[in-house]
Design a protein around this ligand. Structure first.
Ligand code: SAM
Length: 350
C-alpha cells in the first residue's frame, strides 16, 4: 500500500477493545456458520484433520464467538483434530490473536480437546492453503479492504464520496479483488466445503447507508492541512483503500462462477450499531462521541496516520480529539449505519 502502510487495524489490541460494530456484524452471520459446520463433509481415517479458516481475523477477539460455536458444532459430529487458522496481512497485530485464543473467555480452546490454533500473515487475495484442504471458512468485515489503493482522491478519504470518474478505479479494483478472493477460496475448499461471510456493502443503487462520519473525517483532515499540520501530499496518501461493493457486485460472480455455488445470501439494510443504539436509548452524547472516536481509530487510525514521521506523532491524537469534540457537539455527525450482505457459498461436491 503506497505510503500509508498496510490496511491493518490499530495495534496493541486497540481494535479488539473498540470493535463492537464489527462484532455486531459477525453476530448476524454466526448461525449460518454453525449450520455450515453441521453440514460440511468430514474427513475420516488415520491422520485426518479438519481445517477451519478465519480470513482477515485482525486481533482475534471478534472471531471467538463464531469460531467457538462452529468448533462446538464440529466437535459434536467428530473427534477428528481441528486446526483453526487465523489469517491477516503480515503487519497485523498477531500477538493479540494469540492472546485472545489463550485468554479470551469465549475462546474455542476452552472445553474443546484436540483443537489447534495457527496464524498466517499473508494477503487473502492469494492462495493461503493447499488445494482442497479447508472444510469451513469464515470472513467478517474484510474484503471491502482492497489489495491496493487504485487512486488518490483530493478532499475525500472515502472513494464513495468522490465523483463517479474517480470512484470507477475503486470499483474496478474491487471487482478484480473479489474474483481473486473467490478463485483462491474455491481452490482451497474441499468438495462440499463451505464459506460464510458478512461484508459491509452499498445499497443496490450504489449509495451508502448513513455514513456521516465520512464527512466529519474529511472536515478534520482539511483543517489539519489548512493549519499545515499535514501536507496536501500526506492528505492525498490517506485516501482509504476501501470500496463497498453493491450486493450484485458481490453476488453476480458467485452465481456465474462454476467453481463455487451460492448457498444463500441476505441483504441487511441497517446493520446494528451498538454505540448508536446506546445513544438513542440514553441521549448520552459524550459516551457516544468517545466510543465512535475509539471505533473509528480502531479501523482507520493506523491506515491514516501510521506512516507519518515521528515529528508528526501528535497528529493522530489531535484528529481523534477533534472527532470526539465535534461529534459530542453534534451527535448526528457520528451516525454510521451501513448495509451488510451475508453470503454462504460452497465448492460443489462434484
Ligand atoms: C475491520 S477488520 C475485521 C476483523 C474481524 N474479522 C472482525 O470481524 O472484527 C478487517 C481486517 O481485514 C484485514 N485485511 C484487509 N485486507 C486484507 C488482505 N488483503 N488479506 C488479509 N487480511 C486483510 C485487516 O488487516 C483487518 O484485520
Amino acid at each position: 500500500m503506497a505510503d500509508g502502510g498496510e490496511a491493518t487495524m490499530e495495534s496493541r489490541g486497540f481494535y479488539n477493545r473498540h470493535s463492537t460494530l464489527q462484532a455486531a456484524a459477525a453476530a448476524m452471520a454466526t448461525s449460518w456458520l454453525v449450520e455450515a459446520a453441521d453440514e460440511v463433509p468430514l474427513p475420516e481415517g488415520a491422520g485426518a484433520s479438519i481445517t477451519v479458516a478465519d480470513f482477515g481475523a485482525a486481533q482475534g477477539h471478534n472471531s471467538m464467538p463464531p469460531l467457538t460455536e462452529a468448533v462446538g458444532a464440529l466437535r459434536r459430529r467428530t473427534d477428528v483434530p481441528i486446526q483453526v487458522v487465523h489469517t491477516d496481512l503480515p503487519g497485523n497485530d498477531f500477538t493479540s490473536i494469540f492472546e485472545a485464543v489463550a485468554h479470551d473467555e469465549l475462546s474455542y480452546l476452552h472445553g474443546h480437546p484436540e483443537v489447534f490454533p495457527y496464524c498466517i500473515g499473508r494477503s487473502f487475495y492469494s492462495r493461503l492453503f493447499p488445494r482442497g484442504s479447508v472444510q469451513l471458512g469464515w470472513s467478517a468485515t474484510t474484503t471491502h479492504w482492497l489489495s491496493e489503493r487504485p487512486a488518490r482522491i483530493r478532499g475525500h478519504l472515502n472513494a464513495a464520496d468522490a465523483p463517479p470518474a474517480e470512484r470507477s478505479a475503486f470499483s474496478a479494483r474491487a471487482a478484480e479483488d473479489w474474483a481473486e478472493f473467490l478463485w483462491n477460496r474455491a481452490a482451497e475448499l474441499v468438495p462440499g466445503g463451505r464459506m460464510v461471510m458478512v461484508e459491509p456493502c452499498s445499497s443496490p443503487d450504489g449509495t451508502l447507508g448513513a455514513v456521516n462520519t465520512s464527512g466529519l473525517m474529511d472536515e478534520i483532515i482539511a483543517e489539519l492541512v489548512d493549519e499545515q499540520r499535514l501536507t496536501e501530499e500526506q492528505a492525498l496518501d490517506m485516501t482509504l483503500p476501501t470500496y463497498l461493493r453493491t450486493p450484485d457486485e458481490y453476488l453476480a460472480p458467485l452465481d456465474e462462477s462454476g467453481s463455487v455455488r451460492l448457498v444463500r445470501s441476505e441483504l441487511v439494510d441497517e446493520a446494528p450499531n451498538p454505540m448508536l443504539e446506546h445513544f438513542e436509548a440514553t441521549g448520552d452524547a459524550r459516551t457516544y462521541a468517545r466510543d465512535m472516536a475509539g471505533s473509528t481509530r480502531g479501523w482507520a487510525g493506523h491506515m491514516l496516520f501510521g506512516a507519518l514521521p515521528p515529528e508528526q506523532a501528535d497528529v493522530e491524537d489531535e484528529f481523534f480529539r477533534r472527532f470526539r469534540a465535534k461529534g459530542e457537539a453534534d451527535p448526528e455527525r457520528l451516525h454510521q449505519v451501513v448495509h451488510n450482505v451475508l453470503m454462504e457459498f460452497e465448492r460443489p461436491a462434484t
